[in-house]
Design a protein around this ligand. Structure first.
Ligand code: MF3
Ligand code: CO
Ligand code: CO
Length: 243
């Protein structure tokens, strides 16, 4: 799981400098696909997963998650989440980050920051003996205090030999409730935060999830190992691994 997590993070480290005006989301997908298969000798988990046609998800602006890479050209001011999942030696590593094309609006920057801080507040709840409701409650309280909303229809998940395993990791909830965490579990924390209402809509392509009110949405994701007293984030980028 450590190896898979590191590779997934390495893909995001690689692709960041290519998120520029004029590049298409399909080109970003190709870069990631080639890096995962040719450099990392790993497998891009999304490709053909339940029929998903590409190797990463690219979710731009009001797209909440599962955006399909294609001909869309990025332009200055766009905010894009790139979600990478690799399989290495049978294990999955799953992580996503927000990237800005040129200079973001004040609102887009604040939304991405609140989603990022919310994810970390949730991660900081993780330890053996804690409950999943502690994670969701921490994220929900922070996001709603900042007058943004948490998407309910999609959640984090256990991860390991399978892409999506039990338990579901809700990004809202009540302290002291839900599954008790045990050392050795691996799961993702990946809150989707909307600038407007929490409601989402699935587009006819069967994958792309957008905000119903077309407000901006932001998401970050890490894969995390539960330890006896705390946690270990398996998908830190190189810059965060150093410290
Ligand atoms: N990577 C997403 C997650 O965090 C799942 C993408 S499923 C796909 O769980 F098929 F769209 F790739
Ligand atoms: Co995930
Ligand atoms: Co993911």
């Amino acid at each position: 799981m450590r190896a898979a997590g590191r590779l997934a993070a390495d893909v995001l480290d690689m692709v960041g400098e290519h998120v520029l005006p004029g590049v298409t989301t399909g080109e970003l997908d190709s870069l990631c696909h080639r890096y995962i298969t040719e450099v990392q000798h790993a497998i891009p988990a999304p490709l053909n997963y339940r029929g998903f046609p590409k190797s990463v998800c690219t979710s731009v602006n009001h797209v909440v998650c599962h955006g399909i890479p294609g001909d869309r050209k990025l332009k200055a001011g766009d905010a894009v989440n790139i979600d990478v999942t690799v399989i290495k030696d049978g294990f999955h590593g799953d992580t996503s980050r927000m990237f800005f094309v040129g200079k973001p609006s004040v609102q887009a920057q604040r939304l991405a920051q609140v989603a990022f801080d919310g994810m970390w507040l949730g991660i900081n709840e993780l330890a053996a003996g804690k409950r999943l409701g502690d994670v969701g409650a921490a994220i929900q309280a922070y996001v709603e205090k900042n007058r943004f909303s948490i998407v309910r229809e999609y959640c984090g998940h256990g991860i390991g030999r399978e892409f999506h395993e039990d338990p579901q990791v809700l990004h809202y909830g009540t302290r002291g409730t839900g599954l008790e965490l045990k050392a050795g579990m691996t799961l993702t924390v990946e809150p989707m935060v909307n600038a407007g209402k929490p409601n989402v809509k699935l587009l006819p392509d069967g994958w792309t999830v957008v905000t119903k009110d077309h407000s901006l949405s932001a998401q970050w994701e890490h894969t995390v190992l539960i330890t006896p007293t705390s946690y270990e984030v398996l998908t830190l980028g190189a810059a965060d691994r150093e410290s």
